[in-house]
Every structure is written in structure tokens, then in C-alpha cells.
Design a protein around this ligand. Structure first.
Ligand SMILES: [Zn+2]
Length: 119
């Protein structure tokens, strides 16, 4: 639901932000595998992380961690192996993850098509 705060951990010395390295509590790693970063640009996602969207007012960016990105990639591959079209809706259904994440995955799939395309 929009406006509902997610559960998660704010960046700290022990858990610095994976995108910008902040350790003073301004960024947040959510329990669902998304990351809110307030000191980065959309193209600053580290390897394996996927950029999702701009947070309200352009104050920050939302990314997803490699763990959930892998889950989405696996679902896309599985759908294609079954001879189905790996649409964002199908990927979201299979993983139980938000449709917007699956859409972000599809947007970058052209770059990694060789990974997900069945042989
Ligand atoms: Zn950050």
C-alpha cells in the first residue's frame, strides 16, 4: 500500500548502504529485499542490484538486492523454459513479488537476454 512504511534496517556502521556506503542511518534496507537509498542516482546500482523507481519527490531511489533480482531472473527463465512468455505479470505471480519489480527486470532483460534465453 502506498505510504505504508516497510520494515527494515537503516544504514549503520555495521550495515552500510550497499549503493552509496552511507552508515549514518539515512538509507534503508527493507526486509522484503528492496533498498531505499538517498544519496545515489538511478545508474549507480552496484552489480547485481536493479533500479526500480524514484522515491517520492526525487529524494532518493529504490533498488532491489541481488537476492530478489536472482529470484526474478529464475522465474523468468523458468517461464521461458516452459514455453511461456515471461511477462512481468507472470513473473510477479510466480515469485509473489511486486509487479513493478518484475517490470524493472524486463526493462533490463535486453542487456542480459543471453542468460535468460533458452538454448
Ligand atoms: Zn545509500
Amino acid at each position: 500500500m502506498p505510504g505504508t512504511p516497510k520494515k527494515g534496517k537503516y544504514s549503520s556502521k555495521k550495515n552500510p548502504c550497499a549503493v552509496c556506503g552511507n552508515s549514518t542511518g539515512s538509507c534503508k534496507l527493507n526486509d522484503d529485499g528492496s533498498l531505499y537509498c538517498y544519496h545515489s542516482l538511478p545508474d549507480s546500482a552496484p552489480s547485481g542490484y536493479i533500479y526500480i523507481r524514484e522515491l517520492s519527490g526525487g529524494m532518493g531511489q529504490e533498488f532491489i538486492t541481488p537476492l530478489v533480482a536472482d529470484e526474478l531472473f529464475r522465474a523468468a527463465t523458468e517461464l521461458q523454459n516452459r514455453g511461456k512468455k515471461a511477462s512481468s505479470k507472470e513473473i510477479a505471480q510466480l515469485t509473489g513479488l511486486p509487479n513493478s519489480w518484475a517490470r524493472a527486470l524486463r526493462a533490463i532483460r535486453c542487456l542480459v537476454n543471453h542468460i535468460t534465453k533458452p538454448a
